[in-house]
Design a protein around this ligand. Structure first.
Ligand SMILES: [Zn+2]
Length: 264
C-alpha cells in the first residue's frame, strides 16, 4: 500500500474539515487535488459518497439513472432471494498456490496478490479476469432475504480492458475451526491502518470458496467511485471463520459494509 499517499489524504481531509467554514474556496481547491476520505458513518458515510466528489456521483445516481430499466441492476449490494441462485456460468482457474500479502488500507483488510506470484483467473463469457486481491466486509454487504452474515469476502478480478468481476462469499462466525484456508489467511497479525504485514502468505484461493450455486448479477463496486458493470457472483452457501478471527477483524472493522442502496 502507498502509506504516504494515504496519510497525506487523511491530513488534507482533516485540514478540510477544520478549515472549511472560514476558507472554503481555498480548501476546496486543495481537497480536489488529493485523495478524499470516505467512511461508513457520519458526514463521509454511504449516504454522502455521491456528493463528496464529482467522480463519485455514480454512488448516488447509478451510471445513468434516467435510463434505469426495470430488472436491470446497477448499484451494489442487493438482497438475494433463493430463486436467484443457479449453477455458476463461469470457469474458475483458482486451484493453485498464489502468494499474497495482507494490508490494512483504512477501509478493509486486503490480501494483495504478490507481483511475482502465479496468477489465478476467472473466465466469464469468454473474457478472462485476473485475480488481483481479496478483502472483507463486516457485516456482509449482500443479504439473503434481508439477513446479513457476520462477514463477506470479495475476490476482485480484473480483465485486460479494465472490466471487473467479483466472486463473493458469505462468512459465518463459528466456534469450530471453520474454513481452513480462510483461517490460514487470517493466521498473520492484522497490521495497523496504512500498514502492510511483510509476511508472504501462500494460499489456494479455490479452497476458500464454498462451491455450489451462485447469485449472478451486474452491479457496482461497493466503495467509491461505485463503478458499474461489475460482474457479481456470490455463493449461496456460507463458509465459517473461527470466532477469534472474526473478532480480530472486527476490532479493526466492525461496520465497513455499504447498506442496501435501493438504486437497482
Ligand atoms: Zn468489497
Amino acid at each position: 500500500m502507498n502509506k504516504r499517499f494515504l496519510y497525506a489524504g487523511m491530513l488534507i481531509a482533516s485540514v478540510w474539515f477544520v478549515g472549511c467554514n472560514n476558507e472554503s474556496v481555498v480548501h476546496e481547491a486543495e481537497h480536489e487535488e488529493h485523495e478524499v476520505h470516505f467512511s461508513y458513518d457520519g458526514e463521509t458515510g454511504p449516504d454522502y459518497w455521491g456528493s463528496i466528489k464529482e467522480e463519485w456521483r455514480t454512488c448516488d445516481h447509478g451510471l445513468d439513472f434516467t435510463q434505469v430499466v426495470e430488472g436491470e441492476l446497477h448499484q451494489s449490494p442487493i438482497d438475494f432471494e433463493h430463486a436467484m441462485a443457479a449453477a455458476p456460468a463461469y470457469t474458475l482457474d483458482y486451484d493453485k498456490e498464489v502468494q499474497f500479502k495482507m494490508a490494512n488500507n483504512g477501509h478493509t483488510i486486503i490480501f494483495n496478490v504478490e507481483e511475482n506470484s502465479s496468477r489465478a483467473h476467472v473466465t466469464i463469457g469468454g473474457k478472462v479476469y485476473e485475480l488481483k486481491q481479496f478483502h472483507f466486509h463486516s457485516a456482509s454487504e449482500h443479504t439473503q432475504h434481508e439477513v446479513h452474515a457476520a462477514m463477506e469476502g470479495h475476490f476482485v478480478n480484473v480483465a485486460e480492458d479494465g472490466s471487473i468481476a467479483v466472486i463473493g462469499m458469505f462468512i459465518d462466525n463459528v466456534a469450530g475451526s471453520g474454513n481452513e484456508a480462510l483461517g490460514d489467511a487470517f493466521g498473520v497479525e492484522i497490521p495497523e491502518e496504512g500498514e502492510e504485514n511483510p509476511t508472504v502468505i501462500t494460499l489456494n484461493p479455490s479452497e476458500m470458496l464454498p462451491g455450489g450455486n451462485v447469485y449472478s448479477y451486474s452491479g457496482s463496486l461497493t466503495t467509491p467511485p461505485c463503478t458499474e458493470e461489475v460482474a457479481w457472483n456470490v455463493y449461496e452457501a456460507h463458509i465459517g471463520l473461527h470466532e477469534d478471527k472474526v473478532k480480530a477483524f472486527q476490532e479493526h472493522y466492525d461496520h465497513n459494509f455499504r447498506p442496501l442502496t435501493g438504486l437497482y
